[in-house]
Structures are given as C-alpha cells and as structure tokens.
Design a protein around this ligand. Structure first.
Ligand code: IMP
Length: 430
C-alpha cells in the first residue's frame, strides 16, 4: 500500500495533469496541496480536451474523492465556473466527491488587482506572474490578514474582516499603485453569493484525509507548478508564492511525512518555462521554435508562448534531491521525434568553473553556461509505442541516459497526450 505525491521537477507545465489522471485509477483520494488557478492542467479524455485550473483532475474519474487542501488559495469565481462546466458535461454528479478545506485562503478582487498593477509597474524586473492574485493572497495568509473559507462563510466575520482589510488595500491601490479603490459593498455582495455555493463543499479536510489514511485508503497528492518555482527552493524571486516541492504536501494538506511513501517528479524530455528568470538551456533558434510548435508549448492558463530548451540534468538532479524523488515520470518524449541529434545539459560552468549544483543567486544563475553532450535523434513516430522495447534504439538510449544523469529511476514515459499513450515501467502504487 502506498500513498504517492506528484510534483513538478522543472518550471511547471511538465504534464502533471496527465500523470495524475493515470495514477488516479489506483487512488481513493486526490488532494491538491498548494497553488491556485495559476495552474492549468490540460487533459485529453477520448476526443475531448478538458482544462482544469483548480479542481483535481481526478474529478474526471467516477467515485474518487477530490480534495482541495488548506495550502491552496481559491478564487471562488473560477472554482464555481469549473463546477458548472463539469456538471454541464455530465460530470460531478455527486457533490460529496469534492471537498474544500475550511482553512484554505480566498483570493479577493484586490489580490488580483494588486498582482496585475504591480507587474505593470515593474518594467524589466517583472516576475511574469499569471495575474491571478496568487502572490498577494499568500502574502496576506502569512501576514495574518487573509480571509479563509470558514471566514467567508460566516457573514459577520467576513464583513468585519473585509472592512478592516480594505482600508490598507485601498491605500495601496490608490496611493502606491495609482489604481481605483475596491468597493466594499460590491465585494461583500458578490462574495456572499459565492459563499452560498461553496458551503456545500466545505469540510475539515485534514481530518478526513487522516481518517481515510487510518482506513487504509490510498491518497494521491497532486502538486502544481514545479520545483524551480518553489518559494524557498526555486529561482527566487522568479517563483510562485507557495511550496511546490514535496515538503509542501504536509503543510498543505495536514498529513504527517510518514504517510507519503512515493514521490514522483514529473519532467518533460526537454525544458520549458513561462515568465521571467534564469533558464540556462533556453533556445532562441529554430530548435526552440520546433519544440514550441511540436509540443504545443503555449500556457493553458494565460496562452503565453513558453520558453523552450534542452533537457537540463542539473535541474533534474536538484529536483531529485530537493523532493527526495523515488521516481521520475518523463513526458512528451514524442515531441523530440525528428531531430537529427538531441542535446542534454550535463552540467554548468560559471566563470570557467564547473558547478556542483544550481547557484542560489539569480545573477549567477543567469550567467551559467550549459555543458552539453549530444545524442543521436530518431525519425520514427513513437506516439503509438506501447512498451519501452517498441521505442527506437536511440530513444531508449536517450531515456536511459537521462535516468543515469538524474540518479533516479524513470517509472513512466509518456509519448502523447492521451491516456493510452503511456508506457508504465513501474507503478508507484503497487
Ligand atoms: P504566479 O504563480 O501567478 O504568482 O506567477 C509566478 C511565476 O510562476 C511566474 O513565472 C509564472 O509564469 C509561474 N507559474 C505560475 N503557475 C505556473 C504554472 O502552472 N506553470 C508554469 N509556470 C507557472
């Protein structure tokens, strides 16, 4: 019996949604533990494309319990839209399958406005946030001036806290950011309306997860973003505001570390990044364009073109170490088909010296030079491969080399967006 955590091993968008969707079959509960609707999971089920930003993709499977844990920040409007869409497509027929932690923090209109206004004023220092209010909401959580779901659902508490907080927020918006203030009555009315919808989903989810653990149920913890966007371990300040690494599972869901048995890092067979910040293997040439086009590398949340580059073994080794990965799920291998040769970054040099790991300072990271080795590519279309043996020799050699450089077993290889385009080498649940 195993409980499994899934985390992004790069800068997000590694294809976690698809892997979570596949692993969901073996789990009873699927738990999101951090982030918000800055995430976006695109799933292909049959011929249908489903994009989810907040609700765990496990919701596409009948009878699974999906939990949005206390570590998540929730935009009620987005959550309600997702519920409506799911119901319209004949899903989410049983509301008790979806639970929201009473302690999760609510993204307020002023969080979104502050996020966007700050970015607009930051010029070339901007983070490139998704503009969803994620950072400002987490700031208020840590600053002890947040509004939790339980507060939103208590009209008196909500009204009082909103009034108190708006004084400071409107000062910031008007005096510092040159924006119009937020209107108290309008927010109170709009959010009180949301509260009535959210009430049906609120629960003490930490208790429920722990009861399920006691009952021997299997839990899948679904991370969002990626290791290098972690607020502590990522390329700060070009990060998101939550703990995207495995450590965030416990604080974001209320379980002890001993309940997590397997930690699977999701990694593309190359690298992408959206937003600003260092990216040593980034390509600015035709190879980069080719990866973007073949991989459909445009953000599922913002539609922004993603920055693309070769696989970076320094990054994956860092992810293995920081998360204690027990396995790697390698996605989008099919996107590399057709290249004459494929480069892998095996190390960095800085000022002519080889580095042991990623530099902490962004200024140093920006100046790292990747050291490449080049492997032969393959021409065949591998999107129909059903086993590792069916892959061309050079594709197998590429995967094996990545595994060797990572120092961690590759447990899954994805060769296309559909569920059946997946080669499972080891199932972490069994
Ligand atoms: P925020 O999370 O909107 O504050 O954005 C902070 C940084 O994280 C920006 O560089 C975003 O592009 C990046 N980011 C946030 N969510 C995702 C994601 O799901 N995939 C990839 N990058 C993300």
């Amino acid at each position: 019996m195993a409980n499994v955590a899934i985390v992004g091993a790069q800068w997000g968008d590694e294809g976690k949604g698809k892997v979570v969707d596949i692993y969901t079959e073996y789990a009873d509960d699927i738990v999101r533990f951090q982030g918000g609707n800055n995430a976006g999971h695109t799933l292909v089920v049959g011929n249908e494309k489903v994009v989810l930003h907040l609700i765990p993709s496990g919701i596409l499977h009948e009878g699974k319990r999906c939990i949005i844990g206390n570590g998540v920040v929730l935009d009620p409007e987005v959550f309600i839209k997702e519920i409506v869409k799911l119901k319209e497509s004949g899903r989410l027929t049983d509301d008790s399958c979806l639970l929201l932690s009473e302690s999760l923090h609510i993204i307020m209109p002023y969080h979104k406005r502050i996020d966007i206004a700050r970015e607009a004023r930051s010029g070339d220092r901007k983070i490139g946030t998704t503009g969803r209010g994620i950072g400002p909401c987490y700031e208020d959580k840590i600053g002890r001036r947040g509004i939790r779901l339980m507060d939103l659902l208590n009209r008196d508490v909500f009204a009082r806290r909103l009034k108190e907080f708006l004084v400071e927020k409107n000062f910031l918006l008007e005096k510092m950011l040159g924006e119009a203030p937020c209107d108290y009555d309008q927010i109170l009315e709009e959010y009180s309306g949301y509260a009535e919808v959210l009430r049906a989903y609120m629960a003490d989810t930490a208790l429920i997860i722990n009861n399920d653990l006691q009952a021997g149920k299997k839990i899948l913890f679904e991370g969002a973003q990626g290791t290098l966007l972690d607020v502590d371990f990522g390329t700060y300040p070009f990060v998101t505001s939550s703990s995207t690494c495995a450590g965030g599972v416990c604080t974001g869901s209320g379980v002890g570390p001993r309940h997590i048995h397997e930690i699977i890092g999701i990694s593309k067979a190359y690298v992408t990044r959206v937003g600003s910040g260092p990216f040593p293997t980034e390509l600015f040439d035709a190879d980069g364009d080719r990866l973007r086009d073949a991989g459909g590398e445009f953000g599922s949340t913002t539609g922004r073109p993603r920055r693309c580059g070769w696989f970076d073994a320094m990054v994956i080794r860092y992810a293995v170490r920081t998360n204690g990965l027990t396995g790697i799920a390698l996605t989008k291998l099919d996107v590399l088909s057709g290249f004459d040769s494929i480069k892998i970054c095996t190390g960095y040099t800085l000022d002519g010296k080889a580095l042991e790991t990623l530099p902490s300072a962004p200024e140093a990271f920006e100046n790292c030079q990747p050291v490449y080795e080049e492997l032969p590519g393959w021409k065949a279309d591998i999107s129909g491969a059903k086993s590792f043996e069916e892959l061309p020799d050079s594709a197998r050699a590429y995967v094996k080399r990545l595994e060797e450089l990572a120092g961690c077993p590759i447990v899954l290889v994805s060769v296309g967006a559909r569920r059946d385009q997946t080669i499972i080498l080891r199932n972490p649940f069994l």
